[in-house]
Design a protein around this ligand. Structure first.
Ligand code: CA
Ligand code: CA
Ligand code: CA
Length: 235
């Protein structure tokens, strides 16, 4: 086989390997989970999030970061709210424009309200899911927050796709907020303006990742093997 043909083949396979490696990178990030609702927060490392400045909310409701995630094979959206340390209770909420039309108050849209109360050794969290017509779809509660000893900063929650009225891969808009009470004038939003657009997908996780690694290794082996077989170019 002429050398230029060999080189073209190798370049072609190299491109495939590079494309696969790039497709592998998001898999590594997504494999950061799974998220457990347990009041521990190291499981959020590597998940997508936005930060918010310190000092632009009430002392007990100064939002500092908002995280979102899914777990492999689970139709549940997980959220995590982080505020400036405080021993007092606060409200968090996430507004979700589930039909992605820029309006957050359609019947299909959702409002998830979170009440977070740090206690000495646990952090008590209650959630209420409402639709855009203010109907309460579900409630839930658990010890899903930092304790007082943990400085009362973070709370994690999960809401099922069913309660959100969404399907996998459906694009949604969302924004998070912290506030001290319902008659407060202090609403600390993240992002401060605009929204987060996201399509929650219960990723295939390690099974998928292992499959991609096998393919990449197989192609690398095949490319290397082919190279050894090539005759020296006659030209
Ligand atoms: Ca956790
Ligand atoms: Ca803030
Ligand atoms: Ca909407």
């Amino acid at each position: 086989m002429p050398e230029h043909t060999v080189n073209r083949h190798l370049r072609g396979w190299s491109a495939v390997v590079v494309i696969l490696l790039f497709s592998l990178l998001p898999g590594v990030v997504l494999a950061a989970g799974p998220i457990y609702l347990d009041g521990q927060f190291s499981d959020w490392s590597g998940q997508p999030y936005i930060t918010d400045p310190a000092g632009d909310g009430a002392s007990n409701s100064d939002l500092r970061a908002f995280y979102w995630a899914t777990n492999p094979g689970q139709e549940i959206v997980y959220f995590m709210f982080q505020r400036t340390a405080s021993l007092n209770a606060t409200y968090f909420a996430v507004l979700i424009d589930t039909n992605n039309d820029g309006d957050f108050s359609d019947s299909d849209d959702r409002l998830v309200i979170v009440r977070y109360t740090p206690r000495w050794f646990t952090g008590y969290v209650q959630i209420w899911v409402f639709d855009g017509d203010s109907n309460n779809i579900s409630t839930n509660q658990g010890n899903w927050g930092d304790s007082m000893w943990g400085f009362g900063r973070r709370a994690e929650i999960g809401v099922s796709f069913a309660d959100l009225g969404i399907d996998a891969h459906q694009t949604i808009n969302m924004a998070a907020v912290a506030f001290p009470s319902f008659n407060s004038s202090y609403f600390d939003w993240a992002p401060d303006s605009g929204t987060i657009t996201w399509a929650p997908i219960p990723t295939l996780g390690w099974v998928w990742l292992t499959g991609v690694i096998v393919v990449v290794v197989a192609i690398a082996w095949y490319t290397k093997g082919r190279f050894k077989w090539q005759p020296t170019s006659p030209s």
